[in-house]
Design a protein around this ligand. Structure first.
Ligand code: DCP
Ligand code: CA
Ligand code: CA
Length: 369
């Protein structure tokens, strides 16, 4: 599930100043140079009817709303942050895994609590909308899909106060006629390049070869666009700031460098790391061993796996090779403690984080606040 609050700053202002309700409301970032210099941060849906939107100059918004009983209010970011925090706390309790994506949007993994039923997920979404409305007097638009990127595109489908459910079998139809700009991270520049290639819909985009896309947009963005045009995304919903690696370290019963004492410990550690990965629905791209020697120096060795894995056997065999190589090339080394670390956590080999493109888009789309 992806949830995005409708005209967020404007809704906050309406709730703080109830006399604004029903009027066009324009939230402004005044630059202070002249009375009207600055840009529009956002506008409520009444104001949008007149063509007012985020990023346009305040003077232009005033022209568009000439003669209309509209309100122009200065942006009050700390206040919106407080409202946002309260809303995110509500959403967190309604999800199995939660990822805040910006001040006004979040991903909610509801797979477990709905037993992957899209009908149950729809009910859960209605319940969430209801809760946000009664507790915070705000509306939001929600998209539900088999993965994050589909949910994100779906939440933008029926704004404001929307709810769009895209079941796995409906993904190709849902995407096919949408303009390429609906892909999160496809900004103005990418859209222009695609127009030059005679590509305007996601269906047309999905017929391009990955090679062409990578040549045009680079490996990272090109690969992401290619996968997304097919509705493919395996990114986990994860709390931001979650560690990007898991490790387990144990102290050996006695200082040693003998394989028959070291390897059983390594097996336990590798399996423990594997359990942790599986618990989080993640796989790792690389495995490392950490060797803490009797003089307490810390040494480590790592290697990339052929493909991302969470399997205990695979992690163990990599760790074994690493420790054996380490002991061979360090004939004096005696171990006191030993660790196994999994890093490069992901769901798919070479997967690029959608959030990276979203962050870039948010930066370029910002009105300079
Ligand atoms: N914002 C901003 N400048 C921009 C875009 C957004 O200051 N160029 C701020 C104001 C918005 C908030 O970020 O309220 C969230 O951005 P959204 O893009 O989600 O826009 P809204 O929530 O305002 O409207 P929508 O209903 O389209 O989501
Ligand atoms: Ca929003
Ligand atoms: Ca948003």
């Amino acid at each position: 599930m992806h949830l995005d609050l409708d005209s967020f700053y404007a809704q906050c202002e309406e709730n703080a100043n109830p006399h604004l309700k029903g009027k066009p409301v324009v939230v402004c970032v005044y630059s202070g140079r002249t009375e009207d210099s600055g840009a529009v941060s956002t506008a409520n849906y009444e104001a949008r009817k007149y063509g007012v939107k985020a990023g346009i100059p305040i003077a232009r918004a005033k022209k568009l709303l000439e003669g209309v009983d509209a309100a122009f209010v200065p942006m009050n970011h700390p206040y919106y942050e407080q409202v946002s925090e309260r809303i995110m706390d509500i959403l967190r309790t309604q999800s199995d895994a939660f990822e805040q994506a910006s001040i006004d949007e979040a991903f909610l993994d509801v797979s477990a609590r709905t037993a992957t039923s899209f009908d149950a997920a729809r009910d859960a979404a209605l319940e969430i909308k209801n809760q946000l409305f009664t507790q915070e007097n705000v509306t939001a638009s929600i998209g539900i899909g088999p993965n994050k990127v589909i949910a994100k595109i779906a939440s933008d489908q029926a704004k404001p106060d929307g709810l769009t459910v895209v079941k796995p079998e409906d993904v190709p139809n849902f995407l096919s006629l949408l303009p390429v700009s609906r892909i999160p991270g496809v900004g103005k520049r990418a859209e222009e390049k695609l127009t030059q290639m005679n590509v305007s819909t996601i269906r047309q985009l999905s017929s391009l070869s990955p090679t062409i896309l990578v040549e045009t947009f680079g490996k990272s963005l090109g690969g992401y666009i290619y996968r997304t045009s097919r509705g493919d995304d395996d990114e986990p919903v994860k709390e931001r700031g979650q560690p990007v690696q898991f490790s387990r370290i144990a102290t050996l019963k006695q200082n040693t460098r003998r394989a028959e004492e070291v390897l059983p410990v390594l097996t336990v550690l590798a399996n423990s790391v594997s359990d942790k990965l599986k618990e989080h629905g993640l796989r790792c791209k690389s495995v490392a061993i950490i060797a803490i020697l009797t003089d307490l120096t810390i040494r480590s060795r790592s290697r990339m796996l052929e493909s991302p894995s969470s399997e205990g056997k695979i992690i163990e065999s990599s760790a074994r090779q690493l420790i054996q190589e380490f002991l061979q090339s360090n004939p004096e080394a005696v171990l006191r403690r030993l660790g196994v670390k999994a890093s490069g956590l992901t769901m798919e080999a070479g997967q690029t984080d959608m959030s990276k493109f979203l962050a870039e888009q948010n930066q370029s789309g910002s009105s300079g606040t």
